[in-house]
Design a protein around this ligand. Structure first.
Ligand code: 5GP
Length: 218
């Protein structure tokens, strides 16, 4: 349980390895909960509805847009993806930070709506690794691969908008780095109102003590 839970946005170009980092963070930390997004894309082999995504039809997605159910949504690689407000609320109300694995367009919307959100951009260690990871997705056509490659270029340009950059050179290393970001962010003054009050109380006591120590003028 965290005293002051916040939104943690993880973005990366496709093939940047952020989903693996997200999974490992969720496995190893109890203070994080995952916001399960809605998407109109088809499930990949091994993906479970309600766990990896809520897989919905374009019509069902549109209905949620119209009803204002999304905190943010965007079209990525020709499919729609969105963060449900209810998912963010569910995790926050359990006292955990909310992990959002979303694209750069979504991240912009989240920062506008939740200015206290923490944003991390996962940087691929090299072009070769990025391309080979993109090619590794057997489930996709050459055309889909080309789209992802083009988008990766645009997405990388957005890295400068993020508060933190983490190079995904080695999984354990990247996971540790994101963990360190979480721990540092928990110590931000704005997230520690109780400690702030303690400081005020100490100041008040010191002032009291000083006034008592100095004899009043006769
Ligand atoms: P994939 O189809 O590979 O699971 O995801 C494609 C891209 O969509 C990734 O960059 C992923 O982070 C992003 N994405 C997943 N869920 C959401 C979401 O709810 N909102 C936005 N804006 N992007 C998302």
């Amino acid at each position: 349980m965290s005293g002051h839970p916040f939104l943690l946005v993880l973005s990366a170009p496709s093939g940047g390895g952020k989903t693996t980092i997200a999974r490992e963070l969720l496995r190893s930390r109890t203070d994080l909960g995952y916001s399960v997004s809605c998407t109109t894309r088809a499930p990949r082999v091994g993906e479970v509805d309600g766990v990896d995504y809520h897989f919905v039809s374009p019509e069902a997605f549109e209905a949620r847009v119209a009803s204002g159910a999304f905190a943010e949504w965007a079209e990525v690689h020709g499919r729609r993806y969105g963060t449900l407000r209810s998912e963010v609320e569910r995790v926050l109300s359990s006292g955990r930070h909310v992990l959002l694995d979303i694209d750069v367009q979504g991240a912009r919307q989240v920062v506008a709506a939740f200015p206290e959100a923490v944003t991390v951009f996962i940087v691929p260690p090299s072009v070769e690794i990025l391309v080979s990871r993109l090619q590794g997705r057997q489930s996709e056509s050459t055309e889909a691969f080309q789209v992802r490659l083009r988008n990766a270029r645009h997405e990388l340009r957005d890295a400068e908008r993020y508060q933190y950059l983490v190079e995904n050179d080695e999984l354990a290393h990247a996971v540790r780095r994101v963990g360190e970001i979480i721990e540092s962010e928990e110590l931000r003054r704005e997230r520690l109102p109780v400690l702030g009050q303690k400081v005020e109380a100490v100041i008040a006591r010191l002032v009291d003590g000083l006034e008592r120590a100095v004899p009043a003028p006769t």
